[in-house]
Design a protein around this ligand. Sequence first.
Ligand SMILES: [Zn+2]
Length: 281
Amino acid sequence: MHLSKIGKIKIITHREISENNTIKQITVSKSKSGKWHACVTCDIVESLFNITKISFAKAVGIDVGIKSFVYDSDEHNTPNPLNLKKMLKPLVRVQRKVSKCVKNSNNRIKHIKRLQRIHERITNKRNDFQHKLSSIYANHYDVIFVEDLQLTNMVKNHKLAQSIMDSSWSSFLQKLEYKCKLLIKVPARNTTIDCSRCGSKVPKNLAIRIHRCTVCGLVLDRDYNAAINILKKGLKIFNQSKLPQELWEVTPVEITKWSRKQEKATGRPVVVHSVNGEMVQ
Ligand SMILES: [Zn+2]
């Protein structure tokens, strides 16, 4: 890269800049850990014929949570990477060293640099994960429905606070919003309680991971149930009240088997329940 008054600088390019695009601005910045970055802003010439059509057949509901970062209405489950938790030990260790050092000493400066590098690595990991996941959803679906969460209220709950901050859904939703064709926030009310098939209320606390409807016999993961509810609520807004066919084709027995397998893996007890009047174990 050639910068005026500085000259030529060796750089690592992350994306090619095509010759048709004119560079409008370059922002050069230095991170706390001492790395230099250049952000190049371009005018992109796009063909007028690329006007995109939005298809409601390609709609998905996604539920964000602590155990699964995202669970969607097509049954894709993305576990929470909890980057901060994994990096917490080295973070605490270096933090302790910093506080033990004499003020303004060379050692202290050295440890502060290390601390900043760890913080930077956590941010990078989180951003990388969120960018990859949001790109997958933006490329696969036209319409994405999410819950309108009151995150500030949830962070006030201290037990959950760290996990919530760590998951940082709001920054994920921001990335999703600018990448996808249409992102709609639906009211979060009762999405975990309602049965996604018959609509009856199945109250559950945070510890209960599986949705069991005693009215229609539906058994599935609570987050999957919530994601279907979010999709249904979203489609209702657009008067597209019909659920995609696939969601109705899943038989209760199949779900039961799947659920049992999951329970075995998690070591929770297998509960007998009825499907279409027959008792299934
Ligand atoms: Zn039900």
